[in-house]
Design a protein around this ligand. Structure first.
Ligand code: F6R
Length: 244
């Protein structure tokens, strides 16, 4: 893992936006994996404010709530439209999102895996991390799913998303569709970003701990091209010279 430290989340977001836009210049047909959440807000703001040719870029989001229509303000589709897609020159046909309202959710998961394979895989997967070490909605468990699947959400994860549902965590769906660990680890390059002290323990376990399904992000240790971008608070438990 390559560890990059930044003074604050704005500096991190600027550096990540630069990396993504340079990757698009190098490969206009870049296939990007994208997260939602609080952490990438500054990164999406940077992308909105800078020019880039998104016309041939393809994207696949990590996850979506079950039972929530793309028009619902709590959906990750709505989040992505307002934070990024409505502001850049991306072709709507090139936006990959899971449909949480699909009549057959297992078939929807298979469709998504096939769409990623048809795109020849993900070139650059951007990730956030949950305070419990989850990535996507791969929650700590005795075992993890390899491929895109229906995930049961922990209360903590629902609470973390309550803002999207009027501040009421019980209104947050209890299930989501999520890329699995093999889907994520299949990306050719991965960047995980974490900011804030509430992520410091998860970041420490991800980098310094054993590989365990109780910390799903720890599986990133097996991937050959992972960059972990941290602000000072998220890096607080790491030794100053931690870099691998
Ligand atoms: C979101 C996702 C989640 C978040 C994680 C961190 O698409 O896959 O794994 O990245 O829950 O969320 P924030 O950034 O809100 O702390």
């Amino acid at each position: 893992m390559t560890i990059q430290r930044f003074d604050d989340e704005d500096a991190l977001a600027a550096a990540l936006a630069t990396r993504v836009l340079e990757a698009i210049v190098a490969n206009p047909e870049l296939v990007l994996g994208l997260p939602t959440g609080r952490t990438p807000l500054a990164f999406y703001r940077e992308l909105r404010e800078r020019s880039g040719d998104w016309s041939k870029v393809r994207t696949f989001n990590l996850d979506e709530f079950v039972g929530v229509d793309g028009d619902h303000p709590g959906s990750y589709r709505a989040f992505m439209q307002s934070e990024l897609f409505d502001h850049v020159s991306i072709d709507p046909a090139n936006i990959g999102m899971l449909d949480g309202r699909a009549p057959d959710l297992k078939a929807e998961c298979r469709r998504y895996e096939a769409a990623i394979a048809d795109a020849d895989g993900i070139d650059l997967q951007i990730l956030g991390i949950g305070a419990n070490g989850h990535i996507g909605f791969n929650e700590p468990a005795d075992g993890l799913c390899a491929h895109t699947h229906i995930a049961e959400l922990e209360q903590k994860s629902r609470e973390a998303n309550a803002q999207l549902f009027g501040g009421d965590w019980t209104a947050v769906p209890g299930r989501a569709l999520s890329m699995g660990m093999a889907t994520i680890l299949g990306a050719r390059n991965i960047v995980l970003m974490a900011t804030g002290q509430e992520k410091a323990d998860a970041v420490y376990q991800m980098i310094e701990g054993l590989i365990t399904p109780q910390v799903p992000a720890s599986f990133l240790q097996v991937h050959p091209r992972v960059t972990v971008m941290l602000d000072a608070k998220a890096a607080i438990r790491l030794k100053p010279d931690t870099a691998r």
